[in-house]
Design a protein around this ligand. Structure first.
Ligand SMILES: Cc1cc2nc3c(=O)[nH]c(=O)nc-3n(C[C@H](O)[C@H](O)[C@H](O)COP(=O)(O)OP(=O)(O)OC[C@H]3O[C@@H](n4cnc5c(N)ncnc54)[C@H](O)[C@@H]3O)c2cc1C
Length: 398
C-alpha cells in the first residue's frame, strides 16, 4: 500500500474565535463530515456536475438562512464567512454557488419589498430554490456598466421586455431565479445610472442557457444566458428603476468579503493537503516536509493564510457593525486571500510534484479553482485601484 492509495489530508486547522462562530464552524464541519468524502468531491469535479444534493444538505442544516429573519437585515457577514471558508476548503464549487445564493438573499433583504421577501426569501433560505446573479456580459466584466448591451424596454402594459446576453453566470443552468441587470434608460451622466435589477424566474419563455467549458470550479456550470424578448412584470423590479447598478455596488462589498472567505478556504484546504503529503511522502529516507526548501515555502504560505484570516475577520466585523471602513477592509481581505490561495496552491503542487498533477488527488483541483478569485467578483487589479484610492488616499488610477 503506497501513500497515494489511501491519502488523507492533515486534519482541519483549529481556529481561535468567539464562541458563537466556533459553534457555527463546528456545525459546518459536522455537516461536511457527515455528507462529504474526497471521493464525492472528486466525482462531481470530474463529471463537471453540480452536487445539488449537497447544496440541499447544507441548506437543511440551516446554513443559508443562518441568523437571517424574513424581513430583517439578512444573515451576518461573520457567520457567512465562517460557512464559506469551510465549504471553500472542501466542496469549493458548492461554496461558490453559496456566495451567489447569499448575494441573492442579501439583495432581497436590502431592496426587496414586503411581497418579494415573502415570495422569494423563504425558498432561498430553505434551499428549495437556487439563485444566480447575472451581471457580466460578453463585452465587459470590469467595465460592465459601459459595456452593457442587455436592454429592458418598458411596455405599455407596464411589463418589461428584456433582450441581450449575459456571460459567465455561475449556476444559471440549475437556478430557479435570476437576479438580472439590464439597461432601462440611456444615460447622459454616468454609465452606472439607467440600469435596473430584475427578479426573473429562469423558466420564463425567451431564456436560453448554455454551459461554458471552463478550467476551474467545474462542479458549478458557468453559463451564457441568451435573452430574447423575456417578459417580466413590473412587480419583479428589485429596488428602484434605473438605480440597480448603484444598489448592486453596495452589495458587492459583501460579495468581495465572501469571495475572500472561499479563497481562504481554498488556501487552507490546499495547505492541509500539502502538509499531509509532506509528512507522509518520503525521499532519501525522510519525509519530504523535512527538506528546508519545501518547509520554508509552506511556512511563507501559512503566513499569507493567517494574514488573510485576520484581515477577513476585521472586514467581516466591520461589515456587521454597519457602514464605515468595511469596504476598504473587504478589499484588503480579498486581495490577501486571493494571494494566499494562489501561493498555497502553487507551493502545494511543488510539494506533491508528479502526484500534484494526478486528477485522483485534490491538489490540482485547488490549483485550478484558486484562479477564480484573482478576477472575481472584482479583479485583483481593480481591487488594487480601489485600495490605492480609498485606503492610501492616492489619485484615482483609472
Ligand atoms: C468561473 C466564473 C464565474 C463567474 N460568475 C459570475 C456570476 O455568477 N455573475 C456574473 O455576473 N459574473 C460572473 N463572472 C464574471 C466575472 O465577474 C468577470 O470575469 C470579472 O468581473 C472580470 O471581467 P472580465 O473577465 O470581463 O475581465 P475584463 O474586464 O475584460 O478585464 C481584463 C483585464 O483588464 C484589467 N483591467 C480592466 N480595467 C482595469 C483598470 N481600470 N485598471 C487596471 N486593470 C484593469 C482587469 O483587471 C483584467 O486583468 C464569473 C466568471 C468566471 C470565469
Amino acid at each position: 500500500m503506497t501513500i497515494q492509495d489511501n491519502f488523507r489530508p492533515a486534519p482541519p486547522a483549529e481556529i481561535a474565535e468567539p464562541d458563537e462562530f466556533a459553534a457555527l464552524r463546528k456545525r459546518v464541519r459536522a455537516t461536511l463530515a457527515e455528507h462529504v468524502t474526497p471521493e464525492r468531491l472528486n466525482k462531481f469535479d470530474e463529471a463537471e456536475e453540480y452536487d445539488v444534493e449537497l447544496f440541499h444538505e447544507i441548506a437543511a442544516a440551516g446554513l443559508v438562512k443562518l441568523d437571517g429573519e424574513l424581513h430583517g437585515p439578512g444573515p451576518g457577514h461573520q457567520a457567512q464567512a465562517v460557512v464559506l471558508e469551510e465549504l471553500g476548503a472542501g466542496p469549493t464549487s458548492v461554496a461558490v454557488s453559496m456566495v451567489v445564493q447569499y448575494m441573492g438573499v442579501q439583495l432581497l433583504h436590502s431592496y426587496g419589498n414586503h411581497q418579494q421577501q415573502e415570495e422569494f426569501l423563504a425558498p432561498l433560505h430553505s434551499g428549495a430554490a437556487k439563485m444566480s446573479f447575472a451581471l457580466s456580459e460578453p463585452d465587459g466584466g470590469t467595465d460592465v456598466a459601459r459595456a452593457m448591451k442587455t436592454n429592458a424596454v418598458h411596455l405599455e402594459n407596464g411589463s418589461y421586455s428584456i433582450s441581450g446576453q449575459k456571460k459567465w453566470i455561475g449556476g444559471a443552468m440549475d437556478a430557479d431565479y435570476l437576479i438580472l441587470l439590464a439597461r432601462t434608460s440611456e444615460t447622459t451622466r454616468s454609465a452606472i445610472d439607467g440600469i435596473t435589477m430584475f427578479l426573473v424566474p429562469r423558466s420564463t419563455p425567451g431564456i436560453r442557457t448554455e454551459i461554458i467549458d471552463t478550467v476551474g470550479i467545474r462542479g458549478l456550470a458557468q453559463c451564457d444566458i441568451y435573452l430574447d424578448d423575456v417578459r417580466v412584470p413590473a412587480e419583479n423590479v428589485l429596488g428602484e428603476v434605473d438605480k440597480g447598478f448603484r444598489q448592486v455596488l453596495d452589495t458587492l462589498n459583501g460579495e468581495r468579503l465572501n469571495g475572500a472567505a472561499v479563497a481562504l478556504g481554498i488556501a487552507r484546504g490546499a495547505m492541509e493537503t500539502a502538509i499531509g503529503w509532506a509528512r507522509e511522502r518520503h525521499a532519501f529516507g525522510r519525509p519530504v516536509g523535512s527538506f528546508q526548501g519545501l518547509q520554508h515555502s509552506l511556512v511563507d504560505a501559512s503566513v499569507k493564510i493567517e494574514s488573510a484570516r485576520l484581515l477577513l475577520r476585521q472586514a467581516a466585523q466591520a461589515s456587521d457593525s454597519g457602514p464605515g471602513t468595511n469596504e476598504t477592509w473587504s478589499a484588503l481581505a480579498k486581495l490577501a486571500a486571493s494571494d494566499a490561495a494562489t501561493t498555497t496552491t502553487d507551493v502545494g503542487m511543488r510539494v506533491m510534484a508528479g502526484w500534484g498533477f494526478f486528477r485522483g488527488l485534490p491538489m490540482q483541483r485547488y490549483f485550478r479553482d484558486a484562479r477564480l478569485y484573482t478576477f472575481a467578483p472584482l479583479t485583483d487589479e481593480m481591487t488594487r485601484n480601489y485600495i490605492g484610492e480609498k485606503h492610501l488616499g492616492l489619485p484615482r488610477s483609472f
